[in-house]
Design a protein. Sequence first.
Length: 479
Amino acid sequence: MSTGALGRGRMTAGFAVALAVGPLLSWLLFTVAHEETLAVNVLAYQLLVVVVALIGGIWPALFTAVLSGFTLNFLFLHPLFTITIASPTHALSLVFYVASAVLVSWIVDQAARRARAAERAAAEAELLASISGSVLRGESAAQALVTRAREAFHATGARLVDLDGRMIAADGEPPRDGRAPYSVTVGAARTPRATLELHGTRLGESERRLLTVVSAQLGAALEHQRLTEAAREADALAAADSVRTALLSAVSHDLRRPLASAVAAVGGLRAPGSTLSEADRTELLATADESLRTLSTLVADLLDVSRIEAGVLAVSAAPLDAEEVVLAAADELKLPPERLDLALDPHMPPLSADPVLLQRVIVNLLANADRHSPAGSPVRIETYASGRCGRIRVVDHGPGVPAGKQDEMFAPFQRMGDTDNSAGLGLGLALSRGFTEGMGGTLTPSDTPRGGLTMTVELPLAEPRPRHPAAATEPGADE
């Protein structure tokens, strides 16, 4: 027997009300019965039919209508205590009871169907809104869908596996009783992508329709994930290709000149039958020596960049006087005194740094500042301690760096618009930041007041050496 849209629980409750209230109502009406109360009795039983129809639907209402009709005939119509239909009106009354029950129960059944449809639509909307919210909050779309599916269908566990059986997402735990899960294919029928498994639940027809919506959303999420991964791989390949192109361009422009000069100089020295003077030979040797040194520096920079990117930069930290490093870097660049404005703190504690790497950092920063500073505007170098760190600032008053481009200038092979090939491969700032971070410090750019660029190297101060126990004796211990 079909229970309609109300379900077995409400139909059982309707029968229970009819069997419990019907006899009680009959007893109450019989105790006060006389000929003038017949209409009241009829309306009372009709009200009972309506109430049972509202509770249990059509079948309990029909049962109540027939039972109340026979009760009216047996208890309230003459001859009493017999079931006879002496008048056509009595038969018509029974028909009215049945018609009322059918109409009211049909209305109740339709209302219940609409209520269930509304609940199902609300559940679907809530589920999809919850999924969308999870995705917008940055959660994995597939994992969010699997989690919400387990919650929506009251499953003990849910899994999303690909066609090879590999786990994509999971939530909860499957039961250990060996029961097969409810499975649904994710993706198009011809090109399935995965399978969604729900454990420990049984799905009705409406729930299966909702699961179809979830399956479609999962298919779209997996396709989006696939496209995102493909785009990420394409971006990585494009970035690698950009670096490769920059490297080839840099090698073409910056290595060709010193290499050609060295080859020409050596060829001139080895030319058969040449009558070079001693001055010419000396000049050719100097050209070859300078070109080969330039090549050696460029190759060393390339190797250093590769070590930094591979994370294998060798650092030998030791206590180091910042003033000595700054002066050694200035001597290496052969900068005249008028090009420098020194503000070095003589009381600054030693830094904890690698002397070779730190000198290369300061040389790169000084060379950049000197190249971009206008004539008559010296490069200022400051050293000072701040807390447990020491700072070396290289300040110039050149054109500076446009807003938003300061991080870009640390990229390898980047000259920020400088087309002078004598400036090298564009690795100086990339190496300087890599060396500084390898020593446990930071290299930070900032704008110089009234124009220019300020580069600040911050490194930890060296830990003070513990005093020898023999030197820690109290005064008067030798007396």
